[in-house]
Design a protein around this ligand. Structure first.
Ligand SMILES: Cc1cc2nc3c(=O)[nH]c(=O)nc-3n(C[C@H](O)[C@H](O)[C@H](O)COP(=O)(O)OP(=O)(O)OC[C@H]3O[C@@H](n4cnc5c(N)ncnc54)[C@H](O)[C@@H]3O)c2cc1C
Length: 346
C-alpha cells in the first residue's frame, strides 16, 4: 500500500487552489479500498473521498487519509427487454463514460454530457443538466458503508435523491461509491424540455420525433454534441480559469414570495415547480446586484456567468468563501432569499 504524505491537491481541485492531503492513496480495487480504510481506522485518521475535485472548495489541508478511486472499468449486461444495464467504476471520467454509452448505441445520458468529474461522485449531488437528473437514469449504486462495514447495492429510492442532493451528500464520506449502474436503451426518449437545447435543435432543423431506435440514437448523439457546444460557449473551462461550475443552488421559494419578488422585479427569472413552489435563477439574483465580473484580490465572479465563482490564480479557498458570503448576505438583504452553496467546502 503506497500512502503518500503531504500530497499536493492542486491538480485535484478544479479551482486550482494550493492545498494538501495529510495522507493520500489511490485505490483501484475493493481489496485495496478495504485495506486503506482499515489503515485509516487503526491510525484514527478521518477519511475523505476524492473524485476529480470539480465540486470542491479547499480552504485548508485535508486532515487524515484522502482516498482517490481510480478503477475505470465499464460493463454491459443486455436485458431480455432490449434495455442494457451499464455499470461504471467510480474512477471513470464522467464525460468519457457518457460518450462511451452513446458509442455503444445507448441513449439516456446525452443531456449530462461534458459535466466534469468522475462517475463515482455523480450520484453524490445527483448531477443534473439540460433537463435531466442522474436519478432518472440510475439503476443502482454499489457502495461500501463504513459505519456498518458492509457492501450495499442501493436502489434510487434508497439514495434520498433531490435537486443536487442525496444520502451521500448528507452523510459525507460515509458511503464509498465504487460502482454506478444505469438502465439505458437505444430508445430511451430524448428530453428536450430545456429551452436553449430545444431552440438549438430547431434552429438546425433537427427532427426531434424519431420513428425508430436508430433515429433515436442519432438524435441522442446530436443532443450530446449540442449540449457540449452550449456548455463550451457558456461555462468557463477550469483548465483556463479555476471554477467549480455553478457555485450556488437555484433557490426554491413559496409562491407568495415569488409573486412579491416578481411585482418588484418584473424581469425575475423563475420556474414554477410541480409542488406549487417556484425555483428562482440564482444567477439572475446575483447578476441583478451587480456582481458579474466582481473581483476581490485573486478570486471573484465570472464576467459572463454570475453563478460561477472563479479563481484567477494565487488565491485561496478562504478568500473565495469570503466573496461567497458577501453574495449570500447581499442576496438575503435584497430578496429575502438564502442562497445555498453547491460545492463541498473543506
Ligand atoms: C465547469 C463545471 C461545470 C459543472 N457543471 C455541472 C452541471 O451541469 N451539473 C452538475 O450537477 N454539476 C456540475 N458541476 C459540478 C461537478 O462537476 C459535479 O458535481 C461532479 O459530479 C463532481 O465530480 P468529482 O469527481 O469532481 O467530485 P469531487 O469534487 O471530487 O467530490 C465531490 C463530492 O463527492 C464526494 N465523492 C467523490 N467521490 C466519491 C465516491 N467514490 N464515493 C462517495 N463520495 C464521493 C466527495 O467526497 C465530495 O464530497 C460542474 C463543475 C464544473 C467545474
Amino acid at each position: 500500500m503506497n500512502i503518500e504524505h503531504n500530497h499536493s491537491l492542486q491538480a485535484f481541485n478544479s479551482f486550482g487552489f494550493t492545498a494538501y492531503a495529510e495522507h493520500f492513496i489511490t485505490v483501484s480495487s475493493d481489496e485495496q479500498l478495504l485495506e486503506a480504510l482499515a489503515t485509516a481506522n487503526s491510525e484514527k485518521w478521518p477519511v475523505f473521498l476524492l473524485g476529480g475535485g470539480s465540486n470542491l472548495v479547499l480552504t485548508r489541508p485535508i486532515p487524515g487519509l484522502v482516498i482517490h478511486l481510480t478503477n475505470q472499468e465499464t460493463t454491459y449486461q443486455q436485458q431480455s427487454d432490449g434495455t442494457t444495464l451499464v455499470t461504471v467504476a467510480a474512477g471513470k471520467p464522467w464525460h468519457e463514460f457518457v460518450v462511451e454509452t452513446l458509442d455503444n448505441d445507448l441513449a439516456g445520458l446525452e443531456n449530462l454530457s461534458l459535466i466534469p468529474g468522475n462517475a463515482g461522485a455523480a450520484p453524490v449531488q445527483n448531477i443534473g443538466a439540460y433537463g435531466v437528473e442522474l436519478n432518472t437514469r440510475l439503476h443502482s449504486v454499489r457502495a461500501y458503508h463504513r459505519a456498518s462495514a458492509s457492501w450495499q447495492t442501493m436502489k434510487p429510492s434508497d439514495c434520498a435523491f433531490s435537486y443536487r442532493d442525496s444520502v451521500f451528500k448528507q452523510n459525507p464520506n460515509e458511503f464509498v461509491i465504487t460502482h454506478v449502474t444505469f438502465l439505458l436503451s437505444a430508445s430511451t426518449p430524448a428530453v428536450l424540455s430545456y429551452a436553449a437545447l430545444n431552440q438549438a435543435l430547431t434552429a438546425n432543423n433537427i427532427n426531434t420525433n424519431p420513428e425508430n431506435a436508430a433515429d433515436n440514437i442519432a438524435l441522442a448523439k446530436i443532443i450530446s454534441q449540442t449540449v457540449i457546444n452550449i456548455r463550451q460557449s457558456k461555462l468557463p473551462d477550469p483548465k483556463i480559469i479555476g471554477n467549480a461550475g455553478s457555485f450556488f443552488k437555484n433557490p426554491v421559494v413559496d409562491a407568495v414570495h415569488a409573486q412579491t419578488l416578481k411585482a418588484a422585479h418584473p424581469n425575475l427569472v423563475a420556474y414554477p415547480q410541480p409542488d406549487g413552489r417556484v425555483k428562482l435563477a440564482a444567477g439572475w439574483l446575483i447578476d441583478t446586484l451587480g456582481f458579474k465580473g466582481y473581483r476581490k484580490g485573486n478570486v471573484g465572479v465570472h464576467t459572463e456567468q454570475a453563478l460561477v465563482l472563479v479563481h484567477h490564480g494565487g488565491g485561496t479557498g478562504e478568500e473565495l468563501m469570503s466573496v461567497a458570503q458577501e453574495i449570500i448576505t447581499k442576496v438575503d438583504a435584497n430578496f429575502d432569499v438564502r442562497l445555498e452553496i453547491e460545492p463541498v467546502v473543506v
